[in-house]
Design a binder for this molecule. Structure first.
Ligand SMILES: [Fe+2]
Length: 420
């Protein structure tokens, strides 16, 4: 794992960052009861309580246990519960059964968080540079889980017929439909992609920096809207096999897919379920909760294709990764209509047509943290740009998210590309 050189982040600045990241997780679960925080609606989605405890386990294991002499585990039984997938850390509770963990209770998990937070803050001034780098990694890891916590609780609530709102939102102000897609000519020839160790924090899968060859192409200046997606549905997009990859068509048939996840047609009006409850779709807002299969089918229907991850990265390289609609604080999150101009970051993760595979020269790090990314490089596709649920400051142009092609409970959307 490559992280910011520890000397680049003074311990007091790292302590403030650590506290801020930890506080946001606590704020995100404030509306949840213990019962809410224990729900697990599907194997892919974890209980909120588990996210709170697992991110704490990460700091306790890789920083306190491994770098603080004499540290005693908060509860020696809990690593079995809260290890996610680290084989090097031994046996663990089965992922699909995380929702069975009514104990420890939410307040016990909060006490675990408080104890580990205090131990980290006590130890921080004396920690080695390796341990400080692991704290930064733990913060980045917790930010990833903050997004998952939100998308998971949305799924948990979606299977309750009452469809509870995590945060009842304010009334929406109608926004004018964005104009037709503008097309941006992409960079061609040899371009430098990926990130190097000296560039600051990056996950290992973002490097090494290397050269990619881009051919003549254009990229859409915005993502596809709900209104445009409704037109795809009305045109029979989900009923016409020629738009679909074979695996995608099989998925549509087997699961009777006819609209994005959380959409429902009520009295002739398309609605969607979000963290603010069920509302009519905003035709001007970016479509979200679509799978790679759906994104690819839409692009085919529209006479286009998905961008490659390097076409996207080359185009977004000069854009501000702190811009756009991203997560700043606890409260309703949803994609918003574009304010105009090309926007590369926030709102929805954008499916690319690129397989999630190692870059030339990629090496898995030694030890348990080497399991962070590399072992997942099979059968998944890359998404770029972050979403409305991504903590601001977490993504950058080289950032590679990845999911299986049928998955759609994240805030995932579509940007089109075309060959010239
Ligand atoms: Fe994790």
């Amino acid at each position: 794992m490559r992280t910011t050189p520890a000397t680049a982040v003074p311990p007091d600045a790292l302590a403030r960052r650590f506290s801020a990241v930890r506080a946001l997780s606590t704020a995100l679960v404030a509306p949840l009861s213990d019962a809410d925080a224990t729900l697990q609606s599907m194997d892919d989605a974890s209980p909120a309580k588990w996210h709170l405890a697992h991110t704490t386990w990460f700091f306790e294991t890789f920083v306190l246990r491994d770098h603080v002499p004499g540290y005693r585990l908060f509860d020696a039984r809990w690593p079995f519960l809260f290890n996610s997938y680290y084989e090097a850390e031994g046996q663990r509770h089965a992922r699909p059964r995380r929702g069975m963990l009514s104990r420890p209770a939410l307040d016990e998990v909060q006490a675990y968080r408080a104890a580990v937070d205090a131990a980290i803050c006590d130890a921080l001034p004396t920690l080695s540079s390796d341990a400080l780098a692991l704290i930064e990694l733990g913060c980045q890891h917790e930010q990833q889980h903050q997004e998952l916590l939100l998308t998971d609780i949305l799924h948990h609530f979606s299977v309750n017929p009452l469809e509870p709102a995590m945060w009842p939102g304010a009334a929406k102000v109608p926004v004018a439909m964005p104009g037709p897609i503008g097309w941006i000519e992409g960079r061609i020839g040899e371009v430098s992609v990926g990130i190097d160790a000296a560039d600051g924090f990056a996950f290992d899968c973002e490097g090494p920096r290397h050269t990619a060859l881009l051919h003549l192409h254009t990229l859409a200046d915005r993502t596809i809207t709900n209104g445009e997606w409704a037109a795809f549905i009305a045109d029979g997009g989900y009923a016409e096999p020629r738009h679909w990859l074979s695996d995608g068509w099989a998925w549509v048939q087997a699961n009777r897919i006819a609209a994005p996840l959380y959409w429902a047609e009520i009295d002739g009006v398309w609605t969607r379920f979000g963290l603010d409850g069920r509302r009519p779709i905003d035709p001007a807002a970016p479509v979200t909760h679509v799978s790679f299969f759906e994104a690819d089918a839409y692009a085919s229907w529209a006479g286009a294709r998905l961008p490659t991850e390097f076409e996207w990265e080359a185009a977004a390289a000069g854009a501000d990764p702190l811009g756009g609609n991203q997560l700043d604080a606890a409260g309703p999150v949803e994609p918003r209509p574009s304010a105009g101009g090309p926007a590369w970051f926030g709102d929805v993760w954008e499916w690319t047509g690129s397989a999630y595979r190692p870059y030339p020269g990629f090496r898995t790090a030694e030890g348990a943290v080497g399991e962070y990314n590399g072992k997942f490089m099979s059968g998944q596709f890359v998404l770029r740009g972050g979403s409305c649920a991504t903590p601001r400051g977490h993504v950058r142009a080289s950032y590679r998210n990845f999911f299986y092609p049928h998955q759609r409970w994240q805030f995932t959307g579509v940007r089109l590309a075309k060959d010239l």
